[in-house]
Structures are given as structure tokens and as C-alpha cells.
Design a protein. Structure first.
Length: 130
């Protein structure tokens, strides 16, 4: 029973990872599938993981069958939104890294006594340099 529960947890998490739909729809699909699998297991007490896979399909097959019901425009929109979010996060990380490096360089130069030395040229009121 313990290995069956472990298999089911892994099975449903793989399906969840492969489903390309919004959170609410994903939750509804998984709840319905979980109920169907539980009912089937109650009727077939000696069932093995292979039996579950043969009756309900692999996680890839289940995800593919749900993808067929999603309009291409909605799928494209979701992928575009995901891509835009990833680009924004990477850009924010790059800007943060640039400021962090600049700050570290500044701290390093101050801590190690970096200074510039220059000559001071004095002029007398008559305009002749010293």
C-alpha cells in the first residue's frame, strides 16, 4: 500500500507538471482524475502501477489528451506570457548583478585605501607659476 501511494503521488505530480493550462483548470482535472483512479482502485483491489498506467495512460498521454482540447491561440498566449515573465526576471537579475558588482568594487576600493595623488600648481598674484 505504501508503494502504491508513492506511485500515485509521483503519477499525479508528473501529470500536474505536464499540464499546460491555468491553475484552476489543472486543479479541476487532477481532482477528477484522482477521483476516477481512487474509484477504480476500490473496484480492483490487487491493481499494480502497471495496471493504472494501462487503464488511465501515462502522464504524457494524459497531458497530450488535455492539450488537444485547448485552442492553439490560448496555448500560444500562455507560452508568450511565460516567456515574457522569464525575460523580465532575467533582466531584473542582470540589473541587480550589475549594481551588486559596482557596489562591491566601490567597497573594495574604499577599504583598501585607494586614492589619487596629484600635483597642486600654485600661481602668484602676478601670474607667474611657482
Amino acid at each position: 500500500m505504501r508503494s502504491e501511494g508513492k506511485f500515485l503521488k509521483s503519477y499525479f505530480s508528473q501529470i500536474s507538471a505536464l499540464l499546460m493550462c491555468d491553475r484552476k483548470t489543472k486543479h479541476m482535472l487532477l481532482r477528477e482524475l484522482r477521483g476516477n483512479v481512487t474509484d477504480w482502485l476500490a473496484e480492483n483491489e490487487g491493481a499494480k502501477p502497471e495496471d493504472i498506467l494501462s487503464v488511465f495512460g501515462t502522464p504524457e498521454q494524459i497531458a497530450e489528451s488535455t492539450l488537444q482540447g485547448i485552442p492553439p491561440a490560448a496555448l500560444k498566449k500562455k507560452i508568450s506570457l511565460t516567456r515574457a515573465v522569464m525575460i523580465a526576471l532575467l533582466l531584473a537579475l542582470l540589473i541587480w548583478a550589475a549594481f551588486a558588482v559596482a557596489g562591491l568594487i566601490d567597497v573594495h576600493t574604499e577599504a583598501h585605501g585607494y586614492f589619487e595623488e596629484g600635483l597642486l600648481r600654485l600661481r602668484f598674484p602676478g601670474g607667474l607659476p611657482l
